[in-house]
Design a protein around this ligand. Structure first.
Ligand code: BES
Ligand code: MN
Ligand code: ZN
Length: 500
């Protein structure tokens, strides 16, 4: 979407967006638009249920004497309660309503109401963010029926008293939106297109932003001892890959980095412990953790964040075949610990085990956060409203909880405790990869990962199985199946606590 900022005006050729507050009181630009339209807005209001509640809309089409093709009055709710996220949601709802309506351009004349926490620049930049996130689409595989559904809006302008401030903020936010677009694209791509080598190829493009990108193939990983990760990939015709992305933006390029590790199972059939047909649908999205890490690295580099950050993603395809890993196999992980694989569908933890070991050994990071669509059990516990957070560090957990709340990617902390750990006892190896029982599946998976975290390493695990894609109700800021979950929370964590 072509988005720009201008000084306040209500003169526009396209759709004019003006606002009212809770109770229905017009803001100044709404009153001006109403005057231009000879009171049409007020008359429409009198015969509607519009009350200025957050997100409500009232539309007057082709009003006489006015340059605008339509006037859309939106409710801001109570000014004191409006924050960046709510402003984004309003702009997203407006965009969703008009995007393929035939309208060609939108102008936001939303003047800052008294009592608002946001300043002029923040209000304008967050409106832009809402437009951008809602304007996303993934239509590359459609060849027909595009006409009525295709977007007609090409241009959005946002009026603000602080054009320079809004542009500056938007440079940062649009970098985050770009990262989210990338993460969404990766999650939405079908698995016959986005297999591990193709995913790795796409990460290579990030080097244009100043990121260093390395790819380890199966031969290198075998030499280094990635027995757990390689075991998962050995049934597939597609070779596993490990991608290491480095953004060194801190003043001291040698300062210990923050590290993100992502599960990148490009398709999870379950392997020989095959999933039932219905459960396999959507398992192209089992690389959502890797997509989040890749999108975050894009965002950090695109906004030139003053942080040293590492992104490591383990890319595999989990398939059944004559060469596939068997239930009962024992593999030796990069850490040296042995794992009895009793269920080949508990594969994400095997991939992460080696990726986590590699990341800690090579980079000695000040913190490690892994993201993975790891368990169905986390969806049973939390649904699609929170990701599961597990951490050995209360401070990091609190930082993530706050970043998630503020960015609209909320997390809920779950426990780690030695009493769960005994569920991983194996009859012949150091551990098994499932507990075998029906309880606490998400916790057991986190306990498994913790066995690959070295002493005193600050670590958090985000189980994003419930939030990486959306099958049910569509969220205002997410118009596609792939959510791009994780980019915002990680970017915010970095920005608030680990930059400069
Ligand atoms: N990728 C799945 C988890 C998943 C399930 C993500 C549904 C999103 C939606 C993971 O690899 C898996 O299969 N986990 C098993 C673990 C079990 C075998 C211990 C699960 O959750 O059933
Ligand atoms: Mn699985
Ligand atoms: Zn999986």
């Amino acid at each position: 979407m072509q988005i720009s900022f201008s000084s306040p005006t209500t003169a526009t050729g396209g759709a004019l967006i003006v606002a009212a507050l809770a109770g229905g009181a017009f803001t100044a630009s709404a009153a001006e638009a109403d005057r231009m339209a000879g009171g049409a807005l007020k008359r429409a209001l009198d015969v509607s249920r519009f009350s200025g509640k957050l997100g409500q809309m009232l539309e007057v089409l082709a009003p006489a004497q006015v340059k605008a093709s339509r006037i859309l009055l939106v409710g801001l709710g109570a000014a004191e309660e409006l924050d960046g996220l709510k402003a984004e949601q309003i702009a997203a709802d407006v965009t969703g309503r008009l995007l393929s309506s035939g309208e060609k351009s939108i102008h936001f004349a939303v003047d800052r109401p008294r009592g608002l926490k946001l300043d002029d620049a923040e209000l304008a930049a967050h409106l832009a963010m809402g437009v951008e996130l809602r304007a996303y689409s993934f239509d590359k595989y459609r060849t027909r029926q595009l006409d009525e559904r295709a977007a007609t809006v090409r241009k959005v302008t946002i009026g603000t008293k602080d054009v320079a401030g809004a542009r500056k903020l938007w440079r940062e936010l649009s970098a985050v939106a770009e990262g989210m677009y990338l993460a969404r694209d990766l999650v939405n791509e079908p698995p016959n297109v986005l297999f591990p080598a193709e995913f790795a190829r796409r990460t290579k493009k990030l080097s244009a932003l100043g990121l260093k990108v390395e790819v380890l193939g199966p031969a290198q990983m075998k030499k280094l001892g990635f027995g757990a990760l390689l075991g998962v990939g050995q049934g597939s015709a597609h070779e596993p890959q490990l991608v290491v992305m480095q953004w060194l933006g801190a003043r001291n390029r040698k300062a210990a980095p923050i590290a993100f590790v992502g599960k990148g199972v490009c398709f999870d059939s379950g392997g020989l412990s095959l999933k039932p047909a219905a459960s396999m649908i959507g398992m192209k999205g089992d690389m959502g953790g890797a997509a989040a890490v890749t999108g975050t690295m894009h965002a950090l580099a695109a906004r030139k964040a003053k942080v040293n950050a590492i992104g490591v993603i383990g890319l595999v395809e989990n398939m059944p075949s004559g060469t596939a890993q068997r239930p009962d196999d024992v593999v030796t992980s990069l850490s040296g610990q042995t794992i009895e694989v009793l269920n080949t569908d508990a594969e994400g933890r095997l991939v992460l085990a080696d990726a986590l070991t590699y990341t800690q050994r090579r980079f000695k990071p000040r913190l490690v956060i892994d993201l993975a669509t790891l368990t169905g059990a986390i969806m049973v516990a939390l649904g699609a409203e929170h990701a599961g957070l597990f951490s050995n560090d209360d401070n990091l957990a609190a930082q993530l909880a706050q970043a998630g709340r503020e960015e609209g990617e909320p997390v809920w902390r779950m426990p780690l405790a030695t009493n769960y750990d005994k569920l991983l006892k194996s009859k012949i190896a150091d551990m098994k990869n499932i507990s075998g029982g029906p309880h606490a599946g998400a916790v057991v998976a986190a306990q498994f990962l913790q066995r690959f975290i070295v002493d005193r390493q600050s670590w958090a695990h985000l189980d994003i199985a419930g939030v990486a894609w959306q099958d049910g109700e569509q969220k205002a800021l997410v118009p596609s199946w792939g959510v791009g979950w994780g980019v915002r929370i990680l970017n915010r964590l970095s920005k608030d606590h680990y930059e400069l």
